[in-house]
Write a protein that binds this ligand. Structure first.
Ligand code: PMP
Length: 297
C-alpha cells in the first residue's frame, strides 16, 4: 500500500452514549483520511477525472475555491499526480487548514472574508481565464457528488445493514447528494443539516461559526427528490455537541460533526426505532486557533 491509498475506507462507529436499544446513531469518521477530512475523496476524484478527460496532464495547474478541506484534498492529489494547485481561500476560516494546504505544496491566495465563498469562486474563475489553469469548480461539477456515491455511500451499506436514516451537513452538497443517491436504492431517508444563516430551508444568508457547511444557493446537482427534510442547527448546539462527543465518545471532531450529531438527535426524538447514520467530516485539531474545545467559555 502507498500513502495515497489511505483515502477512503474510514471506520463507521456506533455512538454508544447517544444511542439506546431502539435507536442507534452511527458516524463515519472521515478524519481518518490522510488529509484529515471527507474532502480527500473529492480532491482525488476531481484530479483523476480531470486527467482522464484530458483537461490536465503532468505539470499543469489546477485552481479551486475552498475554505480549507477541499483545498487540502486537492493539494494531496495534485502532489500525487505531479500537478500544481492554486487554492483561493476566504479570510476568516481556521488558519490551520491554510497551513496544511501550503505544507502539501499548493499555493494559497486569500480572498476577502465579506465576499464569502462566492468571492473565492469568482477569483478562481478569473484566475482560470487569465492563466489557463484548469478550474475544478466543485460547486458546479457533477464529479463532486460522484466522488462519494460509490465510495462513501457504498462503504456505509457494506459496513452496516438496515440503515433507516442518513443525515449530513451540506456545504457544496457533494457529500449529501452522492451518499443519498446511493442510499435511496436501500430505502433510506436522507435528511440535510444546515447552520442558521444557510438558505436551503429559506431565510436570509448570514455568518455562522460552524465551519464547512452552509450554502449561499441551492446546489445545482442536488435534486430535491433526494431530500426528506432539512434541519437547522445553531452554532451553540453544534459546538456543545463537539464537547459532548469528546467527553462521551472520546472522539475529537470539527463543528460540522457537532451539527451533524444535532441532526441525528432531532431525528431520534421523532422515531420509535431505527438506525441513523451520519458523517463526521473532520477533526478538532484544525480548529484549535478557533477555540473549538472551549467555544464561548
Ligand atoms: N464539513 C466540513 C468540515 C467541510 O469542510 C465540508 C466541505 N466544505 C463539509 C462538511 C460539507 O461537505 P460538502 O461540501 O460535500 O457539502
Amino acid at each position: 500500500m502507498i500513502s495515497f491509498d489511505l483515502i477512503g475506507n474510514t471506520p463507521l462507529v456506533l455512538l454508544q452514549s447517544f444511542s439506546n436499544k431502539d435507536v442507534q446513531i452511527y458516524a463515519k469518521l472521515e478524519q481518518f483520511n490522510p488529509g484529515g477530512s471527507v474532502k480527500d475523496r473529492l480532491g482525488k476524484h476531481l484530479i483523476e477525472m480531470a486527467i482522464k478527460e484530458n483537461k490536465i496532464q503532468q505539470g499543469d495547474t489546477v485552481v479551486e475555491a475552498s475554505a480549507g478541506n477541499t483545498g487540502i484534498g486537492i493539494a494531496l492529489a495534485a502532489n500525487h499526480y505531479d500537478i500544481q494547485a492554486v487554492i483561493f481561500a476566504p479570510e476568516g476560516f481556521a488558519e490551520e487548514k491554510i497551513a496544511i494546504i501550503k505544507a502539501l505544496g499548493a499555493k494559497v491566495i486569500r480572498t476577502e472574508q465579506t465576499l464569502g465563498m462566492t468571492g473565492a469562486q469568482v477569483a478562481a474563475q478569473a484566475y482560470e481565464q487569465s492563466t489557463g489553469a484548469f478550474y475544478l469548480n466543485q460547486f458546479d461539477s457533477k464529479h463532486n457528488p460522484d466522488a462519494y456515491q460509490s465510495t462513501l455511500g457504498k462503504e456505509i451499506t457494506d459496513q452496516l445493514d438496515n440503515v433507516d436514516y442518513f443525515v449530513s451537513g451540506v456545504g457544496s452538497g457533494g457529500t449529501f447528494t452522492g451518499v443519498a443517491k446511493h442510499l435511496t436504492a436501500h430505502q433510506v431517508e436522507s435528511v440535510i443539516v444546515e447552520p442558521e444563516g444557510s438558505i436551503l430551508s429559506g431565510g436570509q444568508p448570514h455568518a455562522h461559526d460552524i465551519e464547512g457547511i452552509g450554502s449561499e444557493k441551492w446546489p445545482d446537482f442536488l435534486s430535491k427528490s433526494l431530500v426528506a427534510d432539512i434541519i437547522k442547527v445553531s452554532d451553540e448546539d453544534a459546538f456543545n455537541n463537539v464537547k459532548r462527543i469528546a467527553r462521551q465518545e472520546g472522539l475529537l471532531v470539527g463543528s460540522s460533526s457537532g451539527a451533524a450529531l444535532q441532526g441525528a438527535l432531532e431525528i431520534k426524538k421523532h422515531i420509535k426505532q431505527g438506525i441513523i447514520v451520519t458523517i463526521f467530516p473532520d477533526g478538532s485539531d484544525r480548529y484549535m486557533s478557533k477555540q473549538i474545545l472551549n467555544y464561548k467559555e
